[in-house]
Design a protein around this ligand. Structure first.
Ligand code: NAP
Length: 411
């Protein structure tokens, strides 16, 4: 195995290892270290030695190290990141527990991936760390879970296929999601924290994550779609997709960093099926999501919703996670009217099974294949999955059983 080892003690440190998703990343690393990543040096990290020890014992991660580091303790974060070549963090809400860790990664030359969907927090990371991480060749890559790897890799695959088949870029890409899954307490805590901290307004900016110099004038063309629509390409009724205000911002940052077409547009939707019942669902969902967004901005309503939400540390049952699945169909158009189609899909709860696979394979790509990543070993910055991990991640996910496919060539 090529771990490109340097003086650091661990190839990968899993921060937040005692959380609901964190425990699943530990199980994934136990399996990987026994198969595709034999010889990997890795550790579990978090704020409580007792909890870390319990997770290590119950998962059979006998060879893994343990590191105690509270999220706000900058010294502990320095000690942790000096020992790690790559940190994988699942400790969220990230706006509460992630900032010191990322700052320490940039200071100490440690690559970083996480599963945040908190776009305003990442905007702050870009402002504070993108330039320094770029100079130092450190890859800081948020959004490596269900938000936003399927979207980001769909857009990348569509663009690559358009170039390969027709010699031109995609001028627009649209995506339709179908999914079955549950919610974690940690995910809802992150949403409530984002709304309570007054950051909801920032989330509305369709180019929140773009470099200042790459923001189109015609923002209205990129506004988040609200109403129901029948889409002739997908042959289905589509409604608003709740993750799209995260994913579209990430894909637009990838478009800027990777240089997709001028005026490039990207939108995504929830696929609701065919016929009058689907049309009715699309209309109800559109109205419902507008009402829910308005209600959650009122603190009394938020407090009420929080009372009934599952607490941090909890999530769907094993049986329910095993029943879950997602499919993300994509379609790209070129300026001259060419089209490409494909899909990204997997079985298992998107926010747990698929998220665990995606973030672990992202960390392993950094630990094991740094020289093959976009831009080569020295490339850095606050990147996206498509711009920081690219085709290496596509291949790793395929090897791990996820489907990422292009349909046969179209005219
Ligand atoms: N992208 C996606 O699709 C996706 C999917 C699922 C979750 N998420 C996000 O991932 C995050 C975690 O979700 P989850 O369900 O695993 O949540 P969780 O079970 O509540 O886990 C939170 C983790 O943060 C740790 N933590 C809390 N306070 C800390 C502190 N002061 N110092 C250090 N660590 C601290 C917790 O440690 P203790 O164990 O010691 O309490 C725990 O390990 C959330 O932000 C969620 O939104 C994203």
């Amino acid at each position: 195995m090529d771990t490109q080892s340097d003086s650091k003690e661990f190839d990968v440190v899993l921060y937040g290892a005692s959380g609901f998703v964190g425990r699943q990343t530990v199980d994934y690393f136990v399996r990987s270290a026994a198969t595709t990543a034999a010889g990997l040096k890795w550790a579990l990290a978090g704020r409580s030695m007792d909890k870390l020890d319990a997770v290590r014992n119950s998962s059979g991660a006998k060879s893994a190290g343990l590191i105690v580091a509270e999220a706000h303790d900058a010294k502990a974060m320095d000690l942790l990141t000096r020992k790690a070549r790559v940190v994988l963090s699942t400790a969220g809400p990230f706006a509460l527990y992630g900032s010191e860790l990322v700052a320490a990664c940039v200071r100490n030359g440690t690559h970083y991936v996480d599963i945040t969907g908190e776009t305003p927090w990442v905007k702050g990371l870009i402002d504070r760390h993108h330039d320094e991480a770029g100079r130092k060749g450190v890859r800081i890559i948020p959004f490596c879970g269900f938000d936003s790897i399927p979207s980001d890799l769909s857009a990348r695959l569509a663009n690559e296929a358009m170039w390969t088949r027709f010699g031109e870029p995609c001028s627009s890409v649209k995506v339709a999601f179908s999914l079955r899954g549950g919610f974690n307490g940690g995910t809802l805590a992150s949403l409530f924290n984002m709304l309570a901290s007054g950051q909801a307004h920032a989330m509305e900016d369709p180019f929140l994550l773009n470099p200042q110099e790459i923001r189109p004038e015609d923002l209205a063309r990129h506004a988040d779609p609200l109403g129901p629509r029948y889409d002739a390409d997908f042959k289905a009724w589509l409604g608003p997709f709740m993750m799209s205000t995260i994913n579209t911002r990430v894909v637009r940052r990838s478009a800027a960093l990777l240089g997709y077409a001028d005026g490039y547009s990207y939108q995504e939707f929830l696929r609701l099926g065919r016929g009058p019942a689907a049309a009715l669902t699309a209309a109800s969902l559109s109205l419902g999501s507008i009402a829910a967004q308005a209600a959650l901005r009122v603190s009394a309503m938020r407090n009420l919703a929080q009372k009934f939400a599952p607490p941090p540390g909890s999530g769907p049952s094993e049986a329910s996670m095993n029943r879950g699945s997602f499919r993300c169909q994509f379609m790209g158009h070129s300026a001259s009217g060419r089209t490409v189609r494909g899909s990204v899909s997997d079985t298992g709860d998107p926010g747990n099974r698929a998220t665990t696979k995606m973030v672990c394979e992202s960390a392993l790509a950094l630990a094991l294949q740094l020289d093959e990543l976009p831009g080569g070993r020295q490339h850095g910055g606050v990147l996206t999955p498509a711009s920081g991990l690219g085709d290496v991640l596509v291949q790793r996910l395929r090897n791990a059983g996820m489907t990422l496919q292009l349909d046969a060539s179209e005219a």
